[in-house]
Design a protein. Structure first.
Length: 129
């Protein structure tokens, strides 16, 4: 019933995306452990999940990306994939498929200086670090 996404725009030095928030901790809203290493990660670490097309078959796993927004930038490690082709099941915390987004930990939002009551969706640019 949801739109699925099988590709993402090419990554450049200023790729547009929407930043969303995710918990990568056990019991958090991210579902199961991270796809890149099968582990959970603290919300205090700058970690992200990339949409399926951007993750390129997990080739960006454990690589750093730079996220720019709010007049600031932060470097974060890719630890997970936000599945753009599946969703609405237990493994995906019953969430719909991801469009072209970067799902980020609280540490990323804090580093960008976004007030907590504005966390959720933010237009950003990003690039490989």
């Amino acid at each position: 019933m949801y739109t699925t996404y099988k590709c993402s725009p090419e990554v450049s030095s200023q790729t547009n995306a929407t930043l969303t928030i995710n918990s990568f901790q056990k019991g958090g809203d991210g579902g199961g452990p991270s796809e890149c290493d099968g582990k959970y990660h603290s919300v205090d670490l700058p970690v992200v999940a990339l949409s399926t097309g951007w993750n390129k078959g997990r080739r960006r796993c454990h690589n750093n990306i730079t996220i720019n927004a709010n007049g600031r930038s932060v470097v974060a490690m890719v630890v997970d994939e936000c599945d753009s082709t599946m969703g609405c099941d237990q493994d995906h915390d019953y969430q719909p498929p991801c469009p072209n987004i970067i799902d980020a930990s609280k540490a990323v939002w804090k580093a960008l200086g976004v007030p907590q009551d504005n966390w959720g969706n933010l237009n950003i640019t990003w690039s490989d670090a």
